[in-house]
Design a protein around this ligand. Sequence first.
Ligand SMILES: Cc1ncc(COP(=O)(O)O)c(C=O)c1O
Length: 371
Amino acid sequence: MIKYLPLKSINDLHDAEIREAMNRVLDSGWYLKGEATRTFEQHYAEYIGSRHCIACGNGLDALTLIFRAYIEMGVMASGDEVIVPANTYIASILAITECGLKPVLVEPSLDTLQIDDALIEQAITPRTRALMIVHLYGRCAYTSLIGDLCQKYNLKLIEDNAQAHGCNYQLSIINVQSKKTGSLGSAAGHSFYPGKNLGALGDAGAVTTNDDQLADVVRALGNYGSHQKYVHDYQGRNSRIDELQAAMLDVKLKYLDADNQRRKEIAARYEREVSNDLVRIVFSDRNSVYHIFPVFSPRRDELRQYLADNGVETQIHYPTPPHKQKCYKAWNHLSLPITEQIHAQELSIPCHQALTDEETTRIIALLNAFK
Ligand SMILES: Cc1ncc(COP(=O)(O)O)c(C=O)c1O
């Protein structure tokens, strides 16, 4: 069986170093808010190209803390609107509603699978305070139009970078300048859930930002609202990274670009060699870090069963869009046909740094033989 994402094999690639890092934490006797966290925060901020990195408990918390901080700062208030793509993992939207803000769902483009930037301006109202872009599947969702709209309407640009560690946005094709996703807007939330490109051995997340005040408030909010022990400026929560997770993430961060490069090689083969009208590929530029390699088929469930029968495990990202979930009953009547088509046809095939050339060849042959 070719597993969709064999986490043991992926972590085995750096096994000795990870164990050494974990042992260092164990031996230190210090398990929270220590040296490993500070080191990882500094390295990750440098990697992303942001002034601040505040590590926290998980990706949902990272996004939630950003909105909570803006509310504490008086930048946003209950009932304000946040524009967000309709085709995202539910966590992007949970972060907004958890803070009493109102998500405004915008359809994606079938060509990019990202929020359709041509539809954003008409969704802006006097209550709009922010635009959240989600670098879904490891592809950059930012466009210069998005940057211009945020400036024109004075909107905070929040990036959900849970799926795109290491992805670049090309500032200019001529001199090949680029910036990393997670450094393109006002603030970004990152998830280090085990299956992410930079994955921990449990839950972990981070906020990156260049905004000193925001960084300060986010850090306090994740620590019971406190900057100083037993002094509480905000009604915060406990959302911290474990030293163990920080230490192992610091090891894996060194290999992130190489790991992403391997994903790119596999993806390039899929893009070149898969040829079947029943298996549509949405091409992306080489800056994608292919957290997920999606293919689209009108007969998705049959394709999934066929691959399983032939020893290839796949996933669906995601079977049900947020607006059709029970937890958002008020939106269940909405019709968002592009989002719904993506959710009905998407199938994720294996694409990770531990996948061999032989396995890739087998997956391609199976996709081409599907009738
Ligand atoms: C796009 C997106 N946003 C947010 C999250 C939430 O991250 P976490 O699982 O670490 O809470 C995830 C991943 O699970 C995600 O894929």
